[in-house]
Design a protein around this ligand. Sequence first.
Ligand code: AMP
Length: 257
Amino acid sequence: MRTLRTIREVRDALAPLRAVSRIGLVPTMGAFHAGHESLIAAARAECDVVVVSLFVNPTQFGQTADLESYPRNEARDAGIAAEAGVDLLFAPPVEEMYPDGFQTWIEVTELGSVLEGAFRPGHFRAVATVCCKLFNIVRPDVAYFGQKDAQQVEVVRRLIRDLDLELELRVLPTVRDEDGLALSSRNALLSPEEREQAAALARALATRDPAAARRLLNGYDVDYVEVAPFDPPVLAAAVRIGDTRLIDNVPLEGAPR
Ligand code: AMP
């Protein structure tokens, strides 16, 4: 596995492979867990060349404290990625992605402003912009995303359609701990007591019933529990446990995820 820091290096590495290879991209912010690993494994099984991007995108964080506390461990992540058969790890510095004078943004207007978007203004604009940049840099045949971030999937699907991007979107089921808690890099920020409280979120969503879910989350600091008309429709929720904000969802149609 090669770790690359610049856009030029990525383009040069992929240029000779493009015509003959199926290129898979897994966009991530690092602090890898089994959720990331499942996306990488799918890319490895389905593509000739696997590119993983590791970039904690500063523009998608509302508060500096959230950005600063976001778990980072590139050396550990690089080890996991190499072990999983990743070919290229693209880990650019912030200036490479946002050079001086950067001012062009992509806004998925309606989808980006509801649910998560209502609580995190500007979040999906930053997600759509960084994904579009990564798609332009890597030009993958397939990009891999997790159902865990259902609204992100919906925003990226809309972005691909609306801007006629030539790539396939693959969505993988949410990987969960034994007690149902969806794996998330932010789980590392929970104290043992908070970690126990967090399990209530998955239990509530497992009811697949918004009223029942709200009852089970009574006493919690809930941002929303809503049915969202995504593809597939989901019951989605966000709760704050201490200083950590957790999101999760369960699809309401199709195979359980
Ligand atoms: P992140 O590093 O948190 O930005 O996540 C990178 C990708 O991994 C996104 O497409 C996420 O939806 C996906 N992902 C995060 N957590 C999980 C999980 N528990 N199961 C499956 N995919 C996940």
